[in-house]
Each structure stands twice: as structure tokens, then as C-alpha cells.
Design a protein. Structure first.
Length: 334
């Protein structure tokens, strides 16, 4: 089972770096926040749609049918994606004025053409990776993504369990209740991108446009800790909904990646960013399981997740500094 879960994660891993690459190629800076937020919000919208369906399938026909249903749907969607996704220069519906507009806003419309003709030695790639890891800005962004993903994976892996074990709900009811915070996460995700792009147009500052929603969203997500002090069901759902709403607003890490990744290695940079996020996806469920197992309570788990939100805030305020695209230095052997 662990091996199969690992393979699922391996297959899904390119989706977020791929989206970052698409956003960097297709959208000017003043529209990237909205573009990324729509992509990120799709996961919340999917929870709204599929959490009740999966709960119903588990209740009616057993858990194994959930995997057949979701796996088959994913295969169908992948074929649709292959059919409709193109580079800006190769899309049949894009004219020259549109290309000029997105290029003027900083979109890297020739990204793939620049990278397909030259095979880069591993030593050069490693030197470029060391430059990314040596950048204070990028380390701050990576730490921020690790912490933001701690919230994501709590809601994905442990929130329904929390509702069942800590709050005594049935699996069927938990499936429907879990969709409420997801709706708020979807709304927050789209709103965060809109706010970010509005700030970008008003101020022209990437720092203000990206950091403001991230910081405010993460601070709001910390209200989940209040669930430790209430027992009224609607208040618990309300706090979790607010937390997921805040997480949605603050989920702009991929917009920051599209703004900062070196144009020569945007895919590699996004992959490294995704790696930090996925490490959180490994550590967070295990850590929460350990906390719950040793204490017999979810109280410590909610504090654990809330502290990660605070660290994300500090990371963007203290470590990241000015948000700007990294210019790579020449590497020996290049």
C-alpha cells in the first residue's frame, strides 16, 4: 500500500511545477496571481464535489470503489489536458497582439524554444541548484511552501478523521461536512489571486502584491487552534472554514515561483519548490499521527499546524526580502 501511495505521489508531482511553467509562459505579472489561484482553488473545489461522493461510495459499496472512480476520472482528464494545452506561440487561437501583450508583462513566451536545443550537463544543473539553495529569497519561499502545505495536508489527510474521531461524526456526515471548509478554501483561493493582482496593478510592487495576501491568509488560518476550546459543532466547522479560507487566500506560492524562477531553469526551480512542499506532505501526516497517537487528542495536532502558519508568515516577512526574478551566474562547464 505504501509503495502504491508513493507511485501516486510520483505521478502527481509534475502537476504543480507544470502549472507554474504554464503561468510563467502565458500570463503577465499583473495576472499571475489570479491564474495561480484558480489552479490552486481547483483542489478545494474538487474536495467540495468529491468528498461527499467518496463518502457516499465508501458508505454504499466500500472504499475500494473510490479508487476505481477517482483513478479512472484522472486518466480521462489527462487525455483532455494533452489535447487542449499548448505553448503560447503554438496555440491556434492566439494572435500576435496577444503574444505581444503577455510578453510585455513579463511572460516567458519563448521558454520552451530556448531550452529544447541545448543539453545541459549534470554538473551545470547542480551548480544552478546550489545557486537556488544559496538564495535567501528562495530559501524563504521554500520554507513558506513547506509550512503552507502543512495546512493543506492536514485538511487532505486528517480533517475527516478529526471529524469522526474527535467530534464523533459518522463517515457519511464527515464527508459532507468536510465540503464546507473546502468551499471556503475555494472562495479564498480565487479571492487571494484577485487581491494580489489588484495590488500589483495599484502599486506595481511584487512585494506588496504577493506578501500581503500570504501573510494575512496565514494569520487567519491560525484560528483553527480555537477549535481546541469549543465543543459546539457549528463553531468548530466555522473556525475550520475560516482557517481554510485563510489558507486559500495565502496559497500564492506558485505565483511567487512564476515571478522568481530563473527563466533558464523554471521547471527545475519549480520542481525544487514542489519538493519542499511534498516533504511537508510526507512529514505532516506522520507528525500529526504521532501527536494524536501519543496524546490521545487532536489538540496538539491543531497547534502543530497553526505554528506552521505562523512560521510561513515569518518566512515571508523576514527571509524572503524583495521578490524578483533570479539571474543565474555562469557555472563551470556551461
Amino acid at each position: 500500500l505504501f509503495t502504491l501511495r508513493f507511485l501516486v505521489g510520483l505521478a502527481e508531482a509534475p502537476s504543480f511545477p507544470g502549472n507554474s511553467r504554464i503561468v510563467a509562459a502565458w500570463f503577465p505579472a499583473q495576472e499571475r496571481g489570479t491564474a495561480v489561484s484558480i489552479f490552486n482553488s481547483a483542489q478545494y473545489f474538487a474536495t467540495v464535489i468529491f468528498a461527499p461522493i467518496m463518502g457516499w461510495l465508501t458508505h454504499e459499496v466500500g472504499w475500494s470503489h473510490v479508487f476505481f472512480f477517482m483513478g479512472g476520472l484522472g486518466i480521462v482528464i489527462s487525455f483532455i489536458w494533452l489535447k487542449v494545452i499548448h505553448e503560447p506561440n503554438q496555440h491556434p487561437g492566439v494572435n500576435q497582439k496577444e503574444l505581444e501583450y503577455i510578453a510585455a508583462g513579463g511572460a516567458l513566451i519563448n521558454m520552451d524554444q530556448q531550452n529544447t536545443k541545448v543539453k545541459v550537463p549534470f554538473s551545470v544543473k547542480w551548480g544552478q541548484i546550489k545557486q537556488l539553495l544559496g538564495s535567501r529569497m528562495m530559501i524563504g519561499v521554500y520554507i513558506g511552501q513547506y509550512c503552507i502545505n502543512a495546512l493543506t495536508y492536514f485538511f487532505i489527510t486528517w480533517f475527516p478523521v478529526y471529524l469522526v474521531q474527535a467530534r464523533g461524526m459518522s463517515i457519511l456526515k464527515a464527508g459532507f461536512v468536510a465540503s464546507v471548509p473546502a468551499v471556503c478554501g475555494f472562495i479564498g483561493g480565487v479571492l487571494g489571486g484577485i487581491i494580489s493582482d489588484w495590488l500589483m496593478r495599484r502599486t506595481g510592487s511584487l512585494n506588496i502584491a504577493r506578501k500581503t495576501p500570504i501573510v494575512m491568509g496565514m494569520l487567519l488560518s491560525m484560528v483553527m487552534v480555537f477549535c481546541n476550546y469549543v465543543n459546539v459543532e457549528w463553531m468548530i466547522i466555522g473556525f475550520m472554514a475560516l482557517a481554510f479560507f485563510g489558507k486559500g487566500i495565502g496559497a500564492l506560492g506558485w505565483a511567487v515561483m512564476a515571478d522568481t524562477a530563473p527563466k533558464e531553469i523554471s521547471g527545475l526551480s519549480g520542481g525544487l519548490f514542489n519538493m519542499f512542499g511534498n516533504i511537508s506532505g510526507i512529514v505532516t501526516p506522520i507528525a500529526i499521527g504521532y501527536i494524536v497517537g501519543t496524546t490521545g487528542s487532536f489538540n496538539g495536532a491543531l497547534i502543530y499546524v497553526g505554528v506552521h502558519a505562523l512560521i510561513a508568515v515569518l518566512s515571508y516577512l523576514v527571509l524572503v526580502g524583495d521578490i524578483k526574478r533570479i539571474e543565474l551566474k555562469p557555472v563551470a562547464g556551461q
